[in-house]
Write a protein that binds this ligand. Structure first.
Ligand SMILES: [Zn+2]
Length: 128
């Protein structure tokens, strides 16, 4: 049985104030509002849609999604082949990494965005 710290009157266990002198006997906890409100670590994972949008610059979406080497292959294949006029024979490399490099720069660019999306989605799935 609790007693009032001021007048020693016996108190009900759920009493917040002493019925005799009015002293507050159970201080309300103030820590409840200090609960951690930081964002969950999940939000640090790459967003699939952001990865796809970043693929406007070939390879940037993959770099963002955590696959920079794969992004570099896309960058060289699309930018190198289209803008610089360098005729790479990347078909062999494409077979190794699973990228259809024979579809031409435009088709490859579209595939790049889809692949960046998948890469980011896979990262999220692995971290879940
Ligand atoms: Zn009291």
């Amino acid at each position: 049985m609790d007693a009032c710290p001021r007048c020693q009157t016996s108190l009900r266990p759920d009493a917040k104030f002493c019925p005799e002198c009015g002293t507050q006997v159970h201080v309300q906890p103030v820590h409840a509002e200090l609960v951690e409100t930081r964002a969950a670590p999940r939000s640090n994972l790459p967003s699939p849609w952001s990865a796809a949008l970043l693929s406007i610059i070939p390879g940037l979406g993959h770099w963002y999604a955590g696959a920079p080497k794969r992004g570099l292959i896309f960058f060289v294949a699309i930018v190198g082949g289209e803008l610089l006029g360098i005729d790479f024979d990347l078909t062999l490399i494409g077979d190794i990494v699973g990228i259809p490099l024979g579809v031409g720069a435009t088709g490859l660019w579209a595939f790049c965005a889809v692949d960046a999306y998948r890469t980011a989605a896979r990262r999220r799935a692995e971290s879940a």
